[in-house]
Design a protein around this ligand. Structure first.
Ligand SMILES: C=CC1=C(C)c2cc3[nH]c(cc4nc(cc5[nH]c(cc1n2)c(C)c5CCC(=O)O)C(CCC(=O)O)=C4C)c(C)c3C=C
Ligand SMILES: [Fe+2]
Ligand SMILES: [Fe+2]
Length: 350
């Protein structure tokens, strides 16, 4: 359907390999991990580490992991991002395309498609599908899209929705996605966020004097919080817990998906899953609020391996709450943010 607008929407996610073949997985991991905002070592060291060590050993294991979650339509992350695009397309009066930071479809492909649909395009509003700011997720998505936009000399403006970790519509959609699961018996809810190295938190601190200087830094007001992933994860957790009326002892937060070699944000999810049954937590609900679409890290690491860890340690019931995916309130949240910006009613862009 023709849409009578000069604006378009770009949904931006992380990306997946093209297939579960080791070659495709290696190519994808090389692109991902050679990103200087993901592994932020000097180029030659990064090259040696990534191509010489990490992907060589990791690609076969990752390929195996991907094959446990792959669907006949492809990678869940891509399939679910496409479904989100289709659902949003029905809600808004703007064309919607998706792009991945690594792999396909690329940002250039998506911007060209938006332009094809509307040669008079004057603005593309990009929505990074990351609620929180991290240089390895939100920042790299934004900076690489800006580079592609400039390199191709597109005449339209490219703007970006800010991280929405504390925005009412995102929090409400998250809470309502969780609420039905609270009807079952549970001892505890674990909010498990993707981890990042502690060094990234310090690097992203514009004050250079706040993040991780004290154990309580994330609860002390600071300009650093605009780019502090840890602070933003804490805020999301508290706002969702408040919306659901959870008492303090009923929930906690942890960080998953780390690579070896550095100190990452703690507590680590796998250690918490191992220890919780000993602490009397036998019935667990677990969710991953840093991901809005289910992917390898939720479906394989948390739903499959996490369950094994918890049950082997004496846990009795383990329920993973899926990501919001195409929850109507989440679709409505994105539509509200983008339409608000398009009409000049919402200050949500960078
Ligand atoms: C929430 C956003 C994400 C942040 C922050 C992030 C940081 C980060 N990730 C790695 C290494 C890997 N992540 C992998 C998968 C993966 N990561 C995210 C999101 C964030 N990563 C998603 C959505 C996914 C799933 C992709 C999919 O296809 O489903 C992987 C690849 C898989 C594997 O081999 O385990 C790696 C590797 C680092 C090093 C990092 C910050 C420094
Ligand atoms: Fe990751
Ligand atoms: Fe902080």
């Amino acid at each position: 359907m023709e849409k009578a607008t000069r604006k378009g929407i770009l949904l931006m996610n992380l990306g997946s390999p093209d297939s579960t073949g080791v070659k495709d997985v290696r190519r994808y991991l090389n692109e991902f991990l050679m990103d200087e905002r993901v592994i932020d070592y000097p180029y030659l060291l990064r090259l040696l580490l990534v191509k010489g060590i990490i992907t060589r050993f990791r690609a076969p294991k990752s390929a195996e992991a991907y094959s446990t979650i792959w669907t006949k339509e492809g990678s869940p992350l891509i399939v679910l991002t496409k479904q989100l695009r289709d659902a949003l397309d029905k809600e808004v009066d703007m064309p919607v395309e998706i792009a991945m930071r690594y792999g396909n479809p690329t940002v250039k492909y998506a911007l060209d498609r938006l332009l094809e649909q509307n040669p008079d395009l004057d603005e593309v509003i990009a929505v990074p599908l990351y609620p929180h700011y991290a240089m390895s997720s939100y920042e790299t998505a934004v900076e690489s899209a800006k580079e592609i936009h400039a390199k191709n000399k597109y005449s339209f403006k490219l703007s970006f929705i800010k991280p929405y970790y504390n925005e009412e519509h995102y929090i409400t959609a998250m809470a309502e996605n969780i609420r039905p699961y609270l009807e079952q018996e549970y001892d505890h809810i674990l909010f498990s966020y993707h981890g990042i190295p502690e060094s990234h938190l310090k690097k992203s601190d514009p004050t250079k004097s706040h993040c991780l200087k004290t154990g309580d830094c994330c609860n002390v007001d600071s300009a650093a919080h605009a780019t502090c992933y840890r602070h933003q994860c804490f805020v999301t957790t508290e706002l969702i817990a408040a919306k659901l009326g959870l008492t303090k002892e009923k929930y906690s937060l942890s960080f998953q998906s780390r690579l070896a070699g550095e100190q990452w944000l703690t507590p680590y999810t796998d250690y918490r899953l191992r220890d919780m049954p000993k602490e009397g937590i036998k019935k667990l609900l677990i969710l991953c609020p840093a991901f809005v679409s289910d992917c390898l890290e939720t479906l394989e690491e948390i739903a499959e391996r996490g369950k094994e860890t918890f049950e082997e340690a004496g846990g009795e019931t383990y329920t993973m709450i899926p990501c919001m995916n195409v929850h109507p309130l989440w679709v409505e949240a994105i539509a509200t943010y983008v339409e608000g910006v398009a009409k000049g009613e919402r200050e949500m862009v960078l």
